[in-house]
Design a protein around this ligand. Sequence first.
Ligand SMILES: Cc1cc2nc3c(=O)[nH]c(=O)nc-3n(C[C@H](O)[C@H](O)[C@H](O)COP(=O)(O)OP(=O)(O)OC[C@H]3O[C@@H](n4cnc5c(N)ncnc54)[C@H](O)[C@@H]3O)c2cc1C
Length: 388
Amino acid sequence: MESFDVAVVGARAGGAAVAMLLARQGLRVLLADRDRYGADTLSTHALMRGGVLLLSRWGLLDRIVAAGTPPVRQTRFHYGDETVTVSIRPRLGVEALYAPRRSLLDALLVDAAAAAGAEVRFGVTVTGLLREDSGRVAGVTGHDRRGARVSVRARLTVGADGRRSTVARAAGARTLRTGTGAGAIVYGYWTGLEASGYEWFYRPGHTAGMIPTNDGQVCVFTGMPAALFRAAAGERDDGGGAGGGLRDRYHRMLAAATNGAGGRLATAGPPLRLRTWMGRPSFVREAQGPGWALVGDAGSFLDPLSSHGLTDALRDAERLAREVAAGGPESPSGAFAAERDRVIGPMYDAVDRIAAYGWDLTQVRRHLLELNSAMSAEVEMISAVGAG
Ligand SMILES: Cc1cc2nc3c(=O)[nH]c(=O)nc-3n(C[C@H](O)[C@H](O)[C@H](O)COP(=O)(O)OP(=O)(O)OC[C@H]3O[C@@H](n4cnc5c(N)ncnc54)[C@H](O)[C@@H]3O)c2cc1C
């Protein structure tokens, strides 16, 4: 049977990043994903400062900039008819924020993992875990695209396999927290839309966001409470019926959240295709146990209204890699899990309140301030440990 120091399941933000960092330490790393290289996924792409700081530290930000990803130098919060503009101050080497398409970001991280020496395999679906007699996790089992069995021994198995993590389930990771709120989101890519940074829109029961991304496009999402969205959509998975139904809903929701965004939407090119997220509550799972660890959405999932899942995944990757560097892949000290829980606790509370949509405009401002201060604490934590 093949043997690695670390087997990482899931090759996107969390998995590719941790595989890259561990391979850079000289460890023998397998990075496996059931999907294909460069595939797109549900996402509105916005990176927060902590995520940009890490990409810069790892020497990858230049490639995102070189790919023409537009710099975001300000954030505009629209509370009903009132707008508050916040400049992104250059700090800790971060001059601007970025929202790269996932086909760019994830592929770039996979390339970096491969360049660092990780063995990258797409089309591999992990279905279970190997265990030692003691119960300690000792690797993964699964199959490739042709159905051939795959079994790999590993001193550490990392689940970076997203919200519905097979690794978390097979390892028996307990759910520590489950959110009370959940928002549904519909989004698409606009052309010719003037957006001078991230723009977030809040009106009671409605949200929206404009996020400039690659190829001159602006990702525009609109959200509402998941329960109301589903009831109106009759639980259909496309969130509103094929074609025209969903499109009409999207534009109605967008109008309710933005009031037309000062006429900008009327003059821009609307999306050819829409994508729907039906909404699921946030959760936090145990982050590690004997022979296993979870990073990114596999370990903790924050409602997408946080725009923070990517930054969470990159931060987890860095923290877990640091723990492995200090103690080796076989002796988790628990520091990674403790740090993660400390940093996401306050963020989780604020995001859960925002995603519950039980706020008025004064309250949502307060929740956003809480979220902002939790993100500042995260940046302090990331920057405190310095480059490495
Ligand atoms: C609608 C929406 C909008 C969002 N917008 C933002 C945003 O603007 N900013 C932000 O920071 N975050 C956003 N997020 C959250 C962000 O997309 C996630 O937090 C992020 O993708 C998590 O990355 P990850 O690497 O942990 O997992 P994922 O991106 O979920 O990747 C998991 C990978 O694991 C693979 N996999 C799963 N199971 C198996 C298996 N059994 N065997 C092998 N491979 C497997 C999958 O194929 C996948 O490639 C958004 C999420 C949604 C739903």
